[in-house]
Design a protein around this ligand. Structure first.
Ligand code: FE2
Length: 301
């Protein structure tokens, strides 16, 4: 098989998968990532799989995110000038992108000494960004390799265990929560800054906050994400702890009481089964979130 991902010897330390590191890839000229192909792909998908907006700041209030007045396809075709940011979500629903995702993750797993396990819950995202645009500070509840295909980016990454950057409460997850986090320029002193060009890739650890400044050209990036049994457990505990906090019962750090953590994970699995059943019956994630968790249906994304 063609070498798609290459990790230099000695790059990945024993901290994997908790510390960022760089790797190389060979996807920059892949035909699945031309702007014409991406415009047709975006146009073929349901609206919930394509998110895009106008220019934003690192510390962006999500309620004030500007729209660009274009369709998804127009946004890609005019990305040079429309000052926009787009993500195509769950690209693995398309068999060609799914095959590429699997090939990349299988290759990187083979080079990282088994720490990725079987790389479960694989998902792929494509980011198409105008020159000089910004992705505000946020964190993602999965492990991620960001592969830079076109243009350049500067990414600042912060340790999610640093409470001076983000509190435990800010990291907790609940349905409908917007991903943006509060940003201050003095965070940079304790962050890791990475400049990436076509052929470069960065590993982004689970929950680590990061923001991205695009270079002076159109940028296209391929994000390949996965879970291990550990990360799935952490995500479930995050949801349960957020729910307990919302009913007035903030919790100790994950790992303080392992038996209680295990009970929480079991409770999550039962609740998730019920939620998925409600979602199927109502035929809509937004309606299910509103019914089970309350609040404004439109807030659930
Ligand atoms: Fe991200």
């Amino acid at each position: 098989m063609t070498d798609l991902i290459k990790i230099e010897a000695g790059t990945v330390g024993s901290e994997m998968p908790t510390k960022t590191f760089r790797l190389r890839h060979a996807l920059s000229n892949h035909p699945l990532f031309t702007l014409d192909r991406l415009a047709r792909f975006a146009a073929s998908l349901p609206p919930e799989q394509v998110e895009f907006n106008g220019p934003v700041q690192p510390n962006q209030d999500p309620t004030l995110t500007p729209q660009n007045g274009l369709s998804a396809e127009e946004t890609v075709r005019r990305i040079e000038d429309c000052q926009s940011w787009m993500v195509i979500k769950n690209c693995e629903t398309d068999p060609e992108y799914k095959a590429l995702l699997d090939a990349c993750l299988d290759q990187v797993a083979a080079q990282t000494g088994g720490v990725m396990g079987s790389a479960e819950n694989r998902q792929a995202f494509i980011f198409v960004t105008s020159p000089n645009n910004v992705v505000p500070l946020h964190m993602d509840p999965e492990y991620n390799f960001l592969l830079q295909l076109r243009g350049s980016k500067r990414m600042s990454i912060f340790d999610h265990k640093n409470s001076g950057i983000v509190s435990e409460e800010q990291l907790e997850l609940y349905p409908g929560k917007h991903r943006n986090l509060l940003y201050q320029e003095d965070f940079e002193a304790v962050g890791t800054q990475q400049h990436i060009e076509p052929g470069d890739s960065i590993f982004v650890p689970l929950f680590d906050p990061h923001w991205v400044q695009n270079g002076p050209e159109v940028s296209v990036s391929f994000s390949i994400t996965w879970h291990t049994a550990h990360s799935l457990r952490m995500v479930k505990l995050s949801y349960v702890n957020a729910w307990l906090r919302r009913i007035g019962m903030p919790q100790a750090h994950v790992g303080t009481y392992p038996v209680i953590d295990t009970i929480k994970v079991a409770a999550y699995d039962v609740a998730r089964f019920g939620y998925d059943l409600v979602k199927r019956l109502l035929g809509s994630r937004k309606r299910a979130v509103a019914l089970v968790f309350g609040g404004d249906v439109t807030a659930a994304t």
